[in-house]
Structures are given as structure tokens and as C-alpha cells.
Design a binder for this molecule. Structure first.
Ligand SMILES: *Cc1c(COP(=O)(O)O)cnc(C)c1O
Length: 242
């Protein structure tokens, strides 16, 4: 067999694997929706492509995925040029204020605003570009010291400070659940995020805080049951045997 044919077969195997795992994922999302009286169309999957190659991203694109998430500004910058141009990008990782230029205006949504300073920097850059950048505020509900994000009790003040910043529009909240096998604890994190969002909607009726970004490969079914409408899924899509 020539190298060209061998490479083509390998490509097929890559794409078929991604296609199969994506289909399984959507089926599980659908089942979680049905269990909790939700419509599957309410839930979007962001394919987390960090550490994945352009070949893998292209295969996922061909399998039907349209929204992709990166967690490092440098990696996002490298991929923007080479990946299918119609991808809707999301930024999901900690963003340093000196890197806001890389993501602002390039991504549909920044999930990880974790300080007023960062919100202001994004707002300044977006205003400079003449656009409005949609963002989520990240909450650190599990209060693990290694995690970024506002503590739940800081949310109201953060929203008060951010609602009038030009150049950004806050669309909702994001969290990462506690790193634990304790399903009750994970569920508590997601439920708290939804409750905080519901409180914020009552407190700030002028904001449309409709997005809840929560749930990853290991816990997305619980997140769907607790009201997630944006799932951030990497391993379950891209990794064989996951
Ligand atoms: C890596 C990452 C994910 C995806 O995690 P998986 O377990 O691979 O699905 C989701 N959200 C954030 C912020 C991440 O960094």
C-alpha cells in the first residue's frame, strides 16, 4: 500500500471515531434532556479542541460540530488561521488582561471572565474594534483554591460593576464542578450556578443572562439535568476509549 492510501485510511479512522463518539454524546445529552423535561435543542455542545490538531478539528467539523472551545490565547491564535473559517470559537480558559486582543472579536463568547479588570480590558478592546463582545462570568463554586472565578457572594457586586461597561454584554455564568467522584457534590455546584443566575435575573432584569456554561466529559449529564445550555466537551469527543 502506498503511503498516500495508508494516510487516507488513517484519516477515515480518525473521522469515524470522532463521528461515532459525537453521535453517542448527542444521544446521552438527549436522554438527559428527556429525563429532565427539557428539549434537546436547548443544549449546545462546544467541542473543546485544546491540545487537538487541525486534522482532528477538521474531522470534527465534517462530523457536524460547529462550535469549538480553546483555553489558551496563544493556541487559539495559532488555530484561527488554519481551521475551517466558519467555526464559531469560544474562549473557555483563564485570560490574562494583556492577551485580550487575541480573543476579543475573534470568539463568539468568552466564558471565563473572572475579574472586573479583565471585563474592563475586554470592553476597551471591543470598543476599539467597534464591536460588543459577549461574555460569561466564571464562578468558583467549589471554592478550590486552584480554580479561577468569582465566589458566589461576589456575583452581585461584579454584575453591578459590569452591567454598564461599554463593549461587553454579559450573557450568563460558567463554572467547573468540583474535581470529585461525588455526584451529589457535582450536582450541588451546578444547581448553585443556576440558582445564582436566577437570582441575578431577578436583581438585574435589564440583562439577558440566559446562558449557563457547565458540564464537561465526566459530568455533562448532571449539568443538563440541572439546566446547562452550553456543554464544554473535549475528551468524550476526541479521545478513543473515553
Ligand atoms: C479542558 C476543558 C474542558 C473539557 O474537558 P473534558 O473533560 O476533556 O471534556 C471544559 N472546560 C474547560 C474550562 C476546560 O479547560
Amino acid at each position: 500500500m502506498t503511503f498516500g492510501r495508508w494516510a487516507a485510511l488513517e484519516e477515515d479512522a480518525l473521522e469515524q471515531g470522532i463521528r461515532r463518539r459525537y453521535r453517542d454524546l448527542l444521544r446521552r445529552v438527549e436522554e438527559a434532556c428527556l429525563r429532565s423535561g427539557r428539549h434537546p435543542r436547548e443544549v449546545r455542545v462546544v467541542a473543546v479542541s485544546k491540545n487537538r490538531t487541525l486534522r482532528e478539528i477538521e474531522a470534527a467539523w465534517r462530523a457536524g460540530m460547529r462550535e469549538f472551545g480553546e483555553n489558551r490565547a496563544q493556541e487559539l491564535a495559532e488555530k484561527l488561521g488554519g481551521a475551517p473559517p466558519a467555526i464559531s470559537w469560544h474562549f473557555i480558559g483563564h485570560l490574562q488582561t494583556n492577551k485580550v486582543k487575541i480573543a476579543t472579536g475573534k470568539v463568539a463568547l468568552i466564558h471565563s471572565v473572572d475579574s472586573l479588570r479583565l471585563a474592563e480590558a475586554i470592553g476597551r478592546e471591543a470598543s476599539r474594534q467597534g464591536i460588543v463582545q459577549e461574555v460569561l462570568l466564571q464562578l468558583n463554586i467549589s471554592e478550590e483554591p486552584t480554580k479561577h472565578g468569582f465566589r458566589p457572594e461576589e456575583l452581585e457586586e461584579a454584575l453591578l460593576n459590569m452591567k454598564d461597561i461599554r463593549g461587553i454584554r454579559v450573557r450568563g455564568l460558567m463554572t467547573m464542578a468540583a474535581l470529585t467522584g461525588d455526584e451529589g457534590e457535582i450536582r450541588r455546584c451546578f444547581r448553585t450556578l443556576r440558582e445564582r443566575r436566577d437570582e441575578a435575573v431577578r436583581r438585574f432584569p435589564g440583562l439577558s443572562l440566559d446562558l449557563l456554561s457547565m458540564g464537561m466529559s465526566n459530568d455533562f449529564e448532571i449539568a443538563v439535568e440541572e439546566g446547562a445550555n452550553l456543554l464544554r466537551i473535549g475528551t468524550a469527543i476526541f479521545q478513543e476509549g473515553a
